[in-house]
Design a protein around this ligand. Structure first.
Ligand SMILES: [Cu+2]
Length: 150
């Protein structure tokens, strides 16, 4: 088989794969965790994202088999009133990092497919505007868990 034939075959296989986006090898996730809240309250997911590349990378959202809806939010506190706003995207600077942490940026997890307990691992697929994705395991922690990412 000529090398050319092989590459055409591979291209065909990749196309057949369809939905498989490239894995974001330039992004590294650490300290990924979820703060569980009682009842059906939405849970916040937190993670540190580091960008190894020379280009800024933009997180545009995430999805998970465990949750029907995942939204990118930013918490703020104005005059003692805490608010959450939806964000379209969050930039991770070249050779820099973005911190998703309590009282700041987070992924809001809604419509749990099944109850998630502290200690469970939930896989989230982070999506970036360059089309790449990063599958990351988040550890579920109780509501009173403290942020240890610093
Ligand atoms: Cu939120």
């Amino acid at each position: 088989m000529k090398p050319h034939t092989l590459s055409v075959l591979l291209a065909g296989l990749l196309l057949a794969g369809g939905v498989h986006a490239t894995s974001a090898e330039h992004i590294h996730a650490s300290h990924a965790w979820i703060r569980m809240l009682p009842g059906n309250l939405p849970a916040g997911a937190y993670v540190t994202l580091e960008n190894d590349s020379d280009q800024p990378v933009t997180l545009k959202g995430a999805s998970s088999a465990a949750y029907g809806e995942v939204m990118l939010h930013q918490s703020s506190n104005e005059g003692g009133i805490s608010r959450m706003a939806m964000l379209d995207s969050l930039a991770i600077p070249a050779h820099g990092k973005a911190l998703l942490a309590p009282a700041s940026y987070h992924l809001m997890l809604m419509k749990a497919a099944a109850p998630v307990k502290p200690g469970d691992t939930v896989s989230l697929t982070l999506r970036f505007t360059d089309g790449s994705t990063l599958v990351t395991d988040f550890i579920a922690r109780p509501a009173n868990a403290v942020d240890d990412s610093h």
